[in-house]
Design a protein around this ligand. Structure first.
Ligand SMILES: [Zn+2]
Ligand SMILES: [Zn+2]
Length: 178
């Protein structure tokens, strides 16, 4: 199994914080049973900003990540900026199906986004699930009908919160982690 490289995407500084990324890397390493490290460079996603929407186009980010990527590693970009694809108002993340690159955003994983008090633990749990989900797509996994499985579809935090951070047995077999 290829190692996973996390690439922080931001304007010169690491957002979400380095401690968030370190915890995410440790969790992903356990889930996928492969080394996971944080790349030292911060990748600037400003080319993907849509001025009208004030959101970043995730597909454009994936294309750029692919060019910067190392074919011997799976790449996960992590950003605090809000992401979109043109047909949707937002996405938590996007991945290349059976590809090498994925991207996730913490913008809508934070309770503050919904006018609620901050809950950093909940944000980290959501980030772990969303990152595992998008990386699952890079293994060729599609959405799973088992609502507990991390590959179940979840276009809202309520759905992210009910599913687990784990793959069901079928999905694990497809990822090669059993
Ligand atoms: Zn998905
Ligand atoms: Zn599944």
């Amino acid at each position: 199994m290829k190692p996973i490289h996390l690439i922080p995407l931001g304007n010169g500084r690491i957002e979400p914080g380095l401690d968030v990324l370190e915890q995410l890397a440790a969790r992903l390493a356990r889930t996928f049973r492969t080394p996971c490290r944080i790349r030292p460079e911060v990748f600037d996603p400003s080319f993907a900003l849509d001025q009208n929407r004030q959101q970043y186009h995730s597909t454009a980010i994936l294309q750029r990540l692919e060019r910067a990527s190392d074919p011997d590693a799976r790449i996960l970009g992590v950003t605090a900026h809000d992401l979109y694809v043109p047909v949707l108002t937002f996405v938590f993340g996007e991945a290349q199906l059976d590809g090498n690159c994925a991207v996730v955003s913490t913008a809508r994983l934070m309770e503050e986004f919904y006018g609620l008090p901050p809950n950093p633990t909940l944000m980290r749990e959501r980030l772990t699930k969303e990152a595992a989900h998008e990386l699952g797509h890079t293994f060729g996994l599609r959405h799973c009908v088992d609502w507990r499985c991390v590959m179940s579809s979840s276009h809202g935090v309520e759905l992210l919160d009910v599913k687990s951070a784990d793959f069901c047995l079928d999905c694990r077999r497809q990822c090669g982690t059993v």
